[in-house]
Design a protein around this ligand. Sequence first.
Ligand SMILES: NC(=O)c1ccc[n+]([C@@H]2O[C@H](COP(=O)([O-])OP(=O)(O)OC[C@H]3O[C@@H](n4cnc5c(N)ncnc54)[C@H](O)[C@@H]3O)[C@@H](O)[C@H]2O)c1
Length: 294
Amino acid sequence: MTRVPPVFDSPDVVVGHGQLVGRVALVTGAGRNIGRGIACRLAAEGASVAVSDIDEGAAKDVVEAIHTAGGTATAVVGDASHPATVDRIFDAVEDVYGRVDALVNNAYARIGATSFKPFLQVDVADWQAFMAANTSLFFATSQRMSRTLALAGAPGTIVNVSSHGAARAHREHIPYDSVKGAMESFTRAVAVDLAPWGIRANCVRPGSVSVDCERMDWGPDDVRSTQIPMGRPGSVADVASAVLYLTSAESAYVTGQIFNVDGGMAAQARAPQVEPRWPAGPTNLTDFPARLLH
Ligand SMILES: NC(=O)c1ccc[n+]([C@@H]2O[C@H](COP(=O)([O-])OP(=O)(O)OC[C@H]3O[C@@H](n4cnc5c(N)ncnc54)[C@H](O)[C@@H]3O)[C@@H](O)[C@H]2O)c1
């Protein structure tokens, strides 16, 4: 018997518990996939959500989905890797909701094919463009929100969406993994700097997440699933729930942390295929005494 835990994945419509009533969240890259799920989840918990994306149609579509579910949201369109545009985005949100006190840096700029080349073939100009855009995506937004909140003496939260690539390398993903490493160091550094101001900063670090553009419909017997202790890829809802925790008052004393959302991948030393004691996989219960299951 192989046991695979169930997936809960309906990110657009969730019954919330009002954990974020009165908060104003800005989610970058919220037009699709993980960002969309985060925006919908925060809205379901009562936050007013600024859906920020470079893709106007996608941002408006998410706003419509949130309104249909009874939530509050507005679309803010622009390239969030440009500091001047970030100022325009924040000005627009402040005009509508008065402030931003919950920032989620989720956007990732897929610039060219830069992030999918062997190291020996990565062009330095491409590297510089990729790093500049993708580090600015979390620096400029975090600084703009924090300056405004510090001046007002108001608390806030930053959640950065990292990747397991920050801790363990993907093959031929040098710029991507590097920028996520920078994001995690940045998170710890600003968490310490901003703590006296009551502004918390944390990362969620997803493992393999099934999204529209890279479906990971791996069955429990697929070799990729068997490398994940929980036996399945992550869902958008799994990531959104972690972002909610780090944004809400439930995590009031948590800052500077990297929160793995990866079905146990970071915890495991070796995949089961290479564990000599577990040739049939870690969740094989065939020989498990039935009386111990009750
Ligand atoms: N999908 C995964 O398996 C996975 C795993 C680990 C981490 N992550 C991380 O999660 C985050 C979201 O991943 P995803 O797969 O949903 O990404 P995605 O590429 O599907 O969506 C990214 C969104 O960001 C928007 N965007 C891109 N550049 C922008 C810019 N300059 N300004 C504003 N918006 C911009 C895009 O239009 C898009 O809507 C990323 O940070 C990614 O690194 C994803």
